[in-house]
Design a protein around this ligand. Structure first.
Ligand code: ZN
Ligand code: ZN
Length: 647
């Protein structure tokens, strides 16, 4: 490969080293690799470690690795550990594992890095196995295990680890303590919580903002609100800024419930919330689809005088949309004088989420004529709206406008919308060609989008091919296995279906269980597929049986091919009838007054069978049913769904 020679001032190894590191830190790794002194100074301890750390892409790392190997640098343990870390960070688990096996005289750091990789990939079984195998452990090893188990919500195991760590005389740091307190919160275990509190005080970490707030939250979760507030008030750095960091941290870690609880607690401790706090709190309500709580927080924002602050309004638009109340989103958005770009983009995305593509297009045009400069976010919202409403031409036009007129660079998400649109039109080959030719790296989502299009268009040969790609990219994501097994089931290839299951078992992939929930008088009722634990279970079953009988008269027949959607449960019709969304709808029928629309949220995609059943339920009962699944809203009315049966 011919490259122009790099201008270098170095006359000896010392200057050369500095130059090379400079090149690395400014991202010019290739130039660093071609530095004429590199060969002379490779043995300089730490140089390769720096180079590895600066690596941002696997191909470059592989080049660097090859170079380090030929120059003998990888024989050094320190260098080898850093190489391992670099592969781990870039997500190449097989190579990392391979390297680990070959590291000369592995030390604790080598083991810790590998354990960290498995924890990050959610494979706690292997992490645990390595933990047991390793000859010596340090405090970082223990903290990593405690944090990993807590993040996977294996609270009891995590607590056990923490206690074992104490028995071994290890001193947990603030991260370990934060994790173990989160476990106690999760387990509502006040006894262990108080023990940890005592340890926190002994180790002098009770004034640490992070530990202190986890401690306060633990008390609150266990029902000791006042003690929680006392702990909070004692923190020297308690102010709205530090509280906001904690609330945002909780929310970003997926603990929306914790974020909201903390939001309530700081108010009790006398800290006045500001706009940033409200944005986090409202977003947490969106994630939980907790409408009643969202309305309360909205009322508090009005009292605090921040309800006309654009970011707060934007999060309100989003929250109401997520909770199925599009009208309230509109009220918030159009209650603002003028057309703010961010606010309107949120509204466009809300229209998209509810399948009102035309309204999204209209609002976009209004913004344009008002002189707004749309950005990538606006276009993404609009493309998404077009793709979810099947507005094929508008979507393609919008993409052209974005790339040609505005010269904006589309991301993989923009391309995903176009692939979805092409898929709807049955232009599967074009969609595949687009993915292969786009200048950004395809991710699992875009391939999965094409995969569902193949399924809907019944192009099973192509589906097989695409599924293989998806599984290669995301070997631990259950969704693609489920899609593939559904596709094979549709053509009655049962042998091949069980093949998929075997692979899943071998790869240790578990299907995420289906969960649906309904809010009733501010309380959330949760239903799992096949669940029999609700206090009104008998009534729910009766109601569901009656409804199923009614829709069967309208021509409903259970779609047996979808039984394998629920791969662990093979009780055919019975298992289908007890999908979580059906249970939740039956409960809502029993509990809500006549005429009130039913709103159900679900953590996965609605399956084909439930979709058909719910359409018919809306017809025979004359009731409006709104189901929010993982990717969109379905408005069922008079036997039809707003998604037009494409989802
Ligand atoms: Zn279902
Ligand atoms: Zn639908």
């Amino acid at each position: 490969m011919a490259r122009p020679a790099l201008k270098t001032l170095a006359t000896g190894p010392q200057e050369a080293k500095e130059e090379i590191l400079q090149l690395c830190s400014s991202g010019r790794l290739k130039d660093a690799l071609h530095h004429r002194f590199l060969g002379v100074i490779w043995s300089e301890a730490g140089l390769f470690a720096h180079l590895f750390r600066a690596c941002r892409a696997l191909p470059i790392l592989r080049q660097l690795h090859a170079f380090a190997a030929t120059s003998g640098a990888t024989a050094d343990r320190f260098t080898a550990n850093h190489l391992l870390l670099a592969y781990a960070d870039l997500g190449d688990l097989p190579t990392a594992r391979n390297l680990f096996e070959r590291i000369p005289k592995r030390n604790v750091m080598s083991w810790n890095i590998l354990i960290g990789v498995y924890i990050k990939n959610g494979d706690l079984g292997t992490a645990r196995k390595l933990f047991d195998e390793m000859p010596a452990r340090n405090v970082a090893t223990w903290n990593a295990m405690v944090a990993g188990l807590t993040d996977s919500r294996l609270n009891a195991e995590s607590l056990e680890f923490f206690l074992a760590m104490r028995r071994e005389g290890m001193r947990p740091d603030e991260f370990g303590l934060g994790s173990v307190l989160r476990c106690c919160s999760g387990l509502r275990d006040i006894v262990s919580g108080r023990q940890v509190h005592a340890y926190v005080v002994r180790s002098g970490l009770d004034r640490d903002m992070c530990v202190g707030s986890s401690l306060a939250h633990m008390y609150m979760r266990c029902g000791f609100l006042e003690e929680g507030e006392t702990v909070l008030r004692a923190l020297p750095s308690l102010n709205i800024v530090s509280c906001n960091t904690i609330i945002a941290g909780r929310a970003q870690n997926g603990d929306s419930e914790g974020a909201l609880e903390y939001f309530c607690m700081i108010r009790g401790a006398g800290v006045a919330a500001n706009a940033v706090t409200f944005v986090s709190a409202i977003s947490s309500c969106s994630d939980l689809a907790a409408l009643a709580q969202g309305q309360q927080v909205h009322a508090q924002a009005i009292k605090a005088g921040v309800d006309k602050v654009v970011p707060v309004m934007t999060s309100l638009v989003h929250m109401y949309s997520r909770c199925g109340c599009l009208c309230d989103s509109e009220r918030v958005c159009f209650g603002y004088s003028g057309l703010d770009l961010v606010l309107c983009s949120a509204m466009i995305s809300a229209y998209g989420f509810h399948g009102h593509g035309q309204k999204a297009v209209d609002l976009f045009k209004q913004m344009m004529s008002g002189g707004s400069e749309p950005n990538e976010v606006t276009f993404l919202a609009l493309l998404y709206a077009c793709s979810h409403s099947g507005l094929k031409d508008e979507g393609i036009d919008c993409f052209e406008l974005m790339t040609k007129t505005y010269g904006l660079q589309p991301s993989v998400k923009h391309y995903t919308c176009i692939v979805d649109l092409l898929g709807r039109s049955g232009r599967l080959n074009e969609a595949e060609a687009l993915i292969l030719s786009m200048p950004v790296r395809p991710d699992g989502v875009i391939w999965k989008t094409l995969l569902s299009a193949c399924k809907i268009q019944k192009n099973f040969d192509m589906a097989e091919r695409i599924a293989e790609r998806v599984i290669e990219l995301e070997p631990h994501d259950s969704a693609s296995y489920v899609l593939l097994s559904n596709i094979r089931a549709t053509s009655s290839r049962w042998e091949d279906v069980s093949e998929v299951r075997k692979t899943m078992r071998k790869q240790n992939v578990r299907k995420e269980p289906g969960v649906s929930w309904v809010e009733l008088k501010g309380q959330v009722h949760q239903f799992c597929t096949g669940d029999k634990s609700h206090s009104r279970q008998r009534e729910i079953d009766e109601c569901l049986d009656k409804m199923m009988a009614k829709i069967k008269q309208c021509g409903y027949a259970p779609d047996m091919s979808m039984v394998f959607h629920d791969m662990e449960d093979e009780e055919k019709e019975v298992s289908l009838a007890h999908h979580s969304e059906k249970l939740a709808i039956a409960f809502a029928f029993l509990s809500l007054p006549e005429g009130v629309p039913i709103r159900v949220m679900k953590n996965l995609r609605v399956c084909d069978d439930c979709h058909l059943a719910i359409k018919l339920m809306s017809k025979v009962t004359g009731r409006e049913i709104v189901v929010r699944d993982v990717s969109r809203f379905h408005h069922f009315k008079d036997g039809k769904c707003s998604c037009g049966d494409y989802w």
